[in-house]
Design a protein around this ligand. Structure first.
Ligand code: URA
Length: 200
């Protein structure tokens, strides 16, 4: 797919999400003058990171992972020798849930199809899931639910899957936010991120 076509398809997603009145998070967004967070990065990225949902900083700016979890993500990328502008970073939910609570099943149902479309636009070689909601969504989407275990037993593993556009690998990672107050998990995350080096 041509890069201009990718850009256009992403714009369509943005416009649809902007007007997503059926979402239970729409009112919270508009009342707070928040932005939806569609995603950011290269539309030709080999690696696509998928987080959970925007937090306050993200909703205020429209950019994914720009708060404290973002700082950790930047550190992890740098440590693995991966440039942020070479990858694509998105989330399952495009709007911030109140009090940063966990995504609800009906919210995942509403926003999931947008993520599915983004995956088919970017056509990454690797989908790196950040946190258990993202792991769960992606593993199920690719029919790998029988291999799902608690994230403590899944992180750092890579799974082979078939996307509509071809082969894709799924790399399961902890959410960077777990390392904000825990240096030990940061070391684990650093180690796990090294598996991504093989794909750049
Ligand atoms: N946490 C996420 O899962 N996504 C963001 O964009 C920011 C924090």
């Amino acid at each position: 797919m041509k890069i201009e076509d990718k850009k256009e398809l992403m714009k369509q997603i943005r416009d649809e999400v902007l007007d997503l009145k059926k979402s239970p998070l729409y009112k919270f967004r508009t009342e707070n003058h928040y932005f939806p967070v569609i995603g950011e990065g290269s539309h030709n990225a080999k690696i696509m990171f998928i987080g959970e949902a925007p937090g306050r900083n993200e909703a205020k700016t429209g950019k994914p992972f720009c708060g404290s979890a973002g700082k950790i993500l930047d550190e992890l990328l740098e440590n693995a020798g991966i440039k942020r502008e070479d990858v694509y970073i998105g989330n399952i939910l495009k709007d911030r849930p109140q009090q940063n609570r966990d995504p609800l099943p009906n919210e995942i149902k509403i926003y999931g199809p947008f993520l599915d479309r983004q995956i088919n636009i970017i056509q990454p070689k690797v989908i790196a899931t950040l946190g258990r909601y993202s792991m769960d969504y992606i593993m199920r989407k690719f029919g790998l639910e029988s291999q799902l275990l608690p994230i403590g037993q899944m992180h750092g593993k890579v799974f082979d899957a078939k996307a509509e556009y071809g082969d894709v690998k799924i790399a399961v990672l902890y959410h960077p936010a777990v390392a904000i107050y825990n240096n030990k998990t940061k070391d684990t995350l650093k180690e796990d991120f090294m598996i991504l080096k093989n794909f750049i």
